[in-house]
Design a protein around this ligand. Structure first.
Ligand code: THU
Length: 130
């Protein structure tokens, strides 16, 4: 399944009663498998959990650890870029040259590499003196 079809399909399941902003995310792993996530909000923390974080959690729970590509889709005037926390979560598993595609439901597309999306990322190499 394409990342686009997977992200579109999972977006339908988004639980976003507070923002009314549904987001779908799909990631491809080193083995070629696709994992998906949608945003899930709750009354105490209305921002809830981002779609990207859901997809990453599903991937990690299956034992996989490498993101080769990801796609995020929402109904927005311009492609929705992952929040700061999600950039760090993606960077944990995505190589610098992995392509992150951001799309609107109308087809506007923005593609960036992981390194472009999170320049100067904090990595475990920063802790090499410990
Ligand atoms: N959201 C995502 O799921 N991914 C993003 O990249 C941006 C924002 C969600 C979180 C919240 O449920 C809603 O969009 C509004 O912030």
């Amino acid at each position: 399944m394409s990342l686009l079809d997977a992200a579109k399909a999972v977006r339908e399941n988004a639980y976003a009663p507070y923002s009314n902003f549904k987001v779908g995310a799909a990631i491809r792993t080193g083995s070629g498998e696709v994992f998906t996530g949608c945003n899930v909000e709750n009354v105490a923390y209305p921002e809830g959990t981002c779609a990207e974080a859901g997809a990453i959690a599903a991937m990690a729970a299956s034992g996989q650890r490498e993101i080769t590509a990801a796609l995020v889709i929402a109904d927005a005037p311009m492609p929705v870029t992952p929040c700061g926390g999600c950039r760090q979560k993606l960077a944990e598993f995505a190589k610098a040259d992995a392509v992150i595609t951001m799309m609107t439901t109308e087809g506007k597309t923005l593609s960036m590499t992981m390194a472009e999306l999170l320049p100067g990322a904090f990595t475990n190499e920063h802790m090499d003196n410990t």
